[in-house]
Design a protein around this ligand. Sequence first.
Ligand SMILES: Cc1cc2nc3c(=O)[nH]c(=O)nc-3n(C[C@H](O)[C@H](O)[C@H](O)COP(=O)(O)OP(=O)(O)OC[C@H]3O[C@@H](n4cnc5c(N)ncnc54)[C@H](O)[C@@H]3O)c2cc1C
Length: 302
Amino acid sequence: MPASPIGQPITAMLGAGRPLVSIEFFPPKTPEGARQILDTAAKLAPYKPDFVSITYGAGGSTRERTLEYGLILRDRFGFEVMPHLTCVGHSRAELRAVLDRLRDAGFRNLMVLRGDPPKGETEFKPHPDGLRYANELVAFIRQYYPGFCLGVGGYPETHPEAPSSEDDLRHLKAKVDAGADFITTQLFFDNAAYFKFVQRCRTAGITVPIVPGIMPALSHAQVERFTTFCKASYPAKLVIKLSTLAGQDAAAEAVGVEWADAQIRELVQKKVPGLHLYIMNRASSALALFARLQKEGLLPAR
Ligand SMILES: Cc1cc2nc3c(=O)[nH]c(=O)nc-3n(C[C@H](O)[C@H](O)[C@H](O)COP(=O)(O)OP(=O)(O)OC[C@H]3O[C@@H](n4cnc5c(N)ncnc54)[C@H](O)[C@@H]3O)c2cc1C
């Protein structure tokens, strides 16, 4: 199976007739973090995932590193890279400056988000000359940069700030109506939440591909932290498996891989358009899952 050429819109790749496999990186904050992302990228590159994404920080120098590491991941490791962009702390003029640089650097795909409030703040406050919601950023990009292929976030178990799941779905539809090409979901550990979400989206008239986001769990503490933060469910069966493994990192990681593998098998069987893996810049769980995906012909043989 040939790797996709660099610079293709993800919408074109989504027509491949098999689920796309993608992974998410975040820009490193420390020299140790920099070593880790480069090491992970080197280990995963031979598996040729269809694309990787790189998140956008809440502020400061980490934002520069989205572009810097986006270029490294693309030019040194050969990945198709989708940088993320958020509204947080940016005026419209600043957003245009960032978008100019992303376009001029040759990126074709963007993940467009409102963003979370910076550390220490609980409420999102838009810049006085900025944008309030992701649908506004989608519309802004569509107006000034029509060449980008745009993804947006979706929340199978409802965004934590939304007054209701119906409101959240309406807001998701607004992002798609503004011009988003596909949706990538927040992580979930219970596939039923994803399938129900897709059905609700289709009923609401959202027709774009909805790519499930899967995080191979690393420990009980990690899953508890993440599911509390994003208000995702933590299935009792997984709690039982992980909660007895405190301090046993390798055993907990193996449970995380087994759980993610079972999720992926069912998702593939039900013909999802893609699999987006939240790997926390770590190679080991991703390598185990990639080896299995390769066996099933979902990643090219090395
Ligand atoms: C795939 C994915 C990737 C992510 N990457 C990053 C990243 O790189 N950097 C980062 O900081 N965060 C990232 N996040 C987290 C994301 O920024 C947060 O979840 C954030 O709180 C919401 O972003 P959003 O784009 O979904 O916001 P929005 O779609 O704007 O929604 C935010 C809230 O406002 C409500 N809402 C939306 N539109 C309206 C409207 N018009 N009127 C009233 N209410 C409205 C929604 O229901 C929701 O409750 C990511 C999330 C996902 C799922």
